[in-house]
Design a protein around this ligand. Structure first.
Ligand code: ZN
Length: 412
């Protein structure tokens, strides 16, 4: 059975991890930084050494291409990102790009004829140093001028960073691939959780990336003397907010698993030892793989907020913030991942991704799915991030065979 060259892939991962290496054993290679530029140059040299075609686009995405005989054939993409969060790990992103490169090298060496072009791609700034997923959004044609102007790192920093990569806002906006030119996208990534490890399984077939609903709950009560006001006369906004939190947690656990909610910020006013809180604002975030269930979850939690507020004699209003739709994987590609894992004798399960990835940007325009492999203790985005060598190689082999199934080799 066809397999990747595991030693070569592991060596590549080690070599790349030297660029931006931190004392704690991690990697700091934020997008657009000088060391990101070094990482890109290293990737270029690896592509050139492989004899694959090197390609770049107006959004700074870098690719290795294995073209098939038919110039009009669609392109099957595999990849991830070479950038990291500050003080991040060695595998988040790099694994998917280098495994894709390795899969293409093996197919080139074996001279396997395919009916599609194969492209191993590294997307620009997945982690959002300046503008998250800018590379995949540009390729998918959903990057807007407003995105560039409201970049979280600032429009000026973005323009300067882009200049370092030899691109501009204009070239990024003109990067979209023509409709129908893509045959699919497969991304190998560490799980960044412990579900595979705990189940003793090697491969996760990702059925989708969760959608996110977020907003703020403003509980409005009445401030008053923290000592003289009798307990039963208080309209305490924080009591209502905390009552909501307890009820909401139970509701999500009992009725919306595997969905999750998070209240990560709380602002109380006037915020003093001896004053009853008149106002409490909670940040609320909900994640689930199904838009329908997210609708139900949002409705149920808002209902609970109103009930908690009414019980404590205060008012509540919800101010919606960012929303990101759920991105279901292609069932066909998920099955190919499962079939590939079966053929390789690897244990697998279906999983949802609760973190964002470039795959969620590609999913609406081309058949997409992700392959997860375990990372030790689920640790990610820190120097301790570790994907065991056998998991690196297992993941790359499943990627290779999923690509082969999607590419449907030409029968001579
Ligand atoms: Zn990643």
């Amino acid at each position: 059975m066809l397999e990747v060259n595991g030693d070569r892939l592991l060596r590549d991962l080690r070599d790349l991890a030297r660029l931006g290496a931190t004392e704690e054993g991690g990697v700091s290679r934020p997008a657009f930084s000088p060391v990101d530029v070094e990482g890109r140059q290293w990737f270029r040299r690896r592509v050139e050494a492989s004899g694959l075609e090197l390609r770049g686009d107006g959004a700074g995405n870098l690719s290795a291409v294995l073209a098939c005989d038919d110039p009009a054939a669609p392109t099957l993409l595999a990849g991830s990102h070479l950038d990291t969060v500050p003080d991040g790990g060695r595998f988040d992103g790099s694994l998917g790009v280098l495994a894709a490169l390795e899969a293409l090298r093996v197919l080139k060496e074996r001279e396997i004829a395919l009916s599609v072009h194969l492209e191993a791609i590294s997307f620009t700034d997945e982690e959002g140093t300046l503008l998250g997923e800018i590379g995949s959004k540009a390729l998918a044609g959903c990057l807007e001028v407003e995105d560039l102007e409201s970049a979280r790192g600032g429009a000026t920093a973005l323009a300067e960073g882009m200049a370092r990569l030899g691109i501009t806002p204009e070239t990024a906006l003109a990067t979209a691939r023509p409709a129908g030119s893509l045959a699919g996208y497969v991304e190998l990534h560490i799980e960044q959780g412990t579900r595979l490890e705990e189940a003793g399984l090697q491969i996760g077939a990702v059925t989708g990336i969760v959608g996110i609903r977020s907003g703020r709950l403003h509980f409005q009560g009445v401030a008053g003397h923290g000592g003289t006001l009798p307990m039963d006369r208080r309209k305490d906004a924080l009591w209502a907010a905390s009552e909501f939190l307890g009820r909401a947690r139970r509701k999500v656990v009992e009725e919306f698993a595997p969905g999750v909610m998070n209240c990560g910020a709380l602002h109380v006013r006037p915020s003093a030892f001896n004053v009853v809180p008149g106002q409490a604002t909670l940040s609320l975030e909900m994640r689930h793989g199904s838009e329908e269930i997210l609708d139900a979850m949002e409705e149920a939690l808002l209902q609970l907020a109103h009930e908690a507020a009414a019980d404590l004699g205060v008012e509540v209003i919800f101010e919606a913030a960012e929303r990101c739709p759920a991105a279901p994987s292609s069932e066909r590609v998920v099955r190919m991942i499962e079939d590939s894992a079966d053929a390789l004798g690897l244990g697998h399960t279906r999983l949802l991704s609760f973190a964002g990835h470039d795959a969620q940007v590609l999913a609406p325009i081309t058949p997409t799915a992700m392959i997860f492999v375990p990372c030790v203790d689920g640790i990610s985005h820190t120097p301790k991030e570790l994907c065991r060598p056998e998991d690196v190689v297992n993941g790359a082999n499943v990627l290779l065979h999923t690509l082969l199934r999607l590419a449907a080799p030409v029968v001579a």
